[in-house]
Design a protein around this ligand. Structure first.
Ligand code: NAG
Ligand code: NAG
Ligand code: NAG
Ligand code: NAG
Ligand code: NAG
Ligand code: NAG
Ligand code: NAG
Length: 314
């Protein structure tokens, strides 16, 4: 007889509980990595049940606790800086983070009034590490033709909001554009985009991006570097002919002509031409040409050609 009523009662209690649980929500990243002696910002926003809205005031304090029982959180020796709790912003920056075991932390608000709440079912893992990740370069390898435009992106985590990393390109090859971006979990990263036009001079040249992080524990700032060696394809260049032996030679003696050039890819086809009074005839192929010298003066030149293009010598 009391059955339906009971179900109704339980149902509404459950609903109220779920509503309350929903209202006691907090948004935290699952994990943040921080460099020893540096600072870290934990992006955080929370909600409270409607009846406690009025209790949010300037007296509210933020407390971060380790989920490890009996563990006194020893993240930092300075008071953390916290976002505006009255706006439900619990974003917190810890300075000079000490090295220690990786711990999970949850947030507690205490307003010195009925609003005292531990959001202990959601926590953030704070990993203090000396092996902080190096910046990432996109693309990570580069194979491109000379003359094409290149856009390289360097991105590095920015764990501490007041001190984002500096990103430096070596060498600086063109225009650079920096932005601070946010991931889905609200943690930040900094990107630097460098645009330039590929030249043969960049071939096999080490291009690197260095992320600099400020330390607050008196140790020197950290610099993490990622580099790439581009493969710039270019057509045959600096095509010259060398003659051996050099200098005057006897008639009917043999001389060796060598076609020298620089190209990437280095595989090239060589064609030799003989210039006969304005007319050019193909005389041979191959990098090296042996000829027998004759009295009637003729001039020779070579053409070097790779997949990208060709060039003639003088
Ligand atoms: C929360 O506070 C932090 C630190 O003061 C601030 O950078 C951030 O923009 C705030 N977030 C929102 C959503 O207002
Ligand atoms: C770099 O190149 C990208 C893609 O080509 C372009 O979207 C961006 O505006 C360029 N940035 C600068 C600083 O020139
Ligand atoms: C490129 O230069 C950087 C900085 O000088 C260096 O750390 C890195 O080892 C170099 N990379 C290669 C592949 O030589
Ligand atoms: C061509 O030769 C000049 C002078 O020796 C040199 O400076 C230049 O780098 C060379 N170019 C290539 C593509 O090797
Ligand atoms: C020059 O080369 C030709 C053919 O390769 C050969 O028959 C001749 O003996 C050579 N002459 C000399 C002087 O080496
Ligand atoms: C050209 O001559 C050199 C030296 O006389 C000889 O070693 C070489 O085999 C010759 N090359 C060709 C392609 O005939
Ligand atoms: C060289 O010549 C061969 C035969 O003509 C051709 O198949 C090949 O593509 C050429 N290679 C280059 C690098 O030009």
């Amino acid at each position: 007889m009391a059955g339906p009523l009971m179900i109704l009662l339980i149902g509404s209690l459950l609903q109220a509980f779920l509503l309350a649980a929903y209202k006691q929500k907090i948004n935290l990243p699952k994990i943040v990595q921080v460099m020893t002696g540096s600072c870290v910002t934990i992006p955080c926003s929370f909600d409270v049940e409607d009846q406690y809205e009025q209790n949010l005031n300037n007296q509210c304090t933020a407390i971060w606790r380790s989920t490890t029982t009996g563990d006194v959180a020893q993240l930092t020796d300075r008071n953390p800086q916290t976002g505006d709790l009255t706006k439900k912003n619990c974003t917190t920056t810890f300075s000079n983070v000490k090295t220690g075991p990786t711990r999970n932390y949850y947030f507690r608000i205490d307003c010195g009034n009925p609003l005292k709440w531990s959001y202990s079912s959601t926590y953030v893992k704070i990993e203090v590490t000396d092996n902080f990740p190096s910046p990432t370069l996109t693309p990570s390898t580069l194979k491109i033709k000379e003359g094409e435009s290149v856009s390289l992106t360097c991105s590095a985590p920015a764990p501490c909001l007041p001190h984002p990393p500096t990103l430096i390109w070596t060498p600086k090859l063109g225009d650079i554009q920096e932005t601070l971006q946010e991931k889905l979990d609200k943690t930040k990263f900094k990107t630097s985009v460098m645009n330039f036009t590929a030249s043969h001079l960049h071939n096999k040249q080490n291009i690197s991006c260095t992320a600099g992080y400020k330390k607050q524990d008196g140790s020197s700032d950290a610099a993490l570097t990622t580099s790439l060696i581009p493969d710039v394809l270019y057509s045959s260049k600096n095509v010259t002919v060398s003659v051996s032996p050099s200098g005057p030679v006897l008639e009917n003696s043999n001389v060796t002509l060598t076609c020298n050039s620089d190209a990437n890819p280095a595989e090239q086809n060589y064609t030799w031409y003989r210039a006969d009074g304005g007319q050019e005839t193909v005389f041979g192929t191959g990098k090296i040409l042996n000829i027998t010298v004759s009295m009637n003066r003729k001039s020779f030149f070579c053409k070097a050609e790779n997949d990208v293009g060709e060039q003639h010598s003088n």
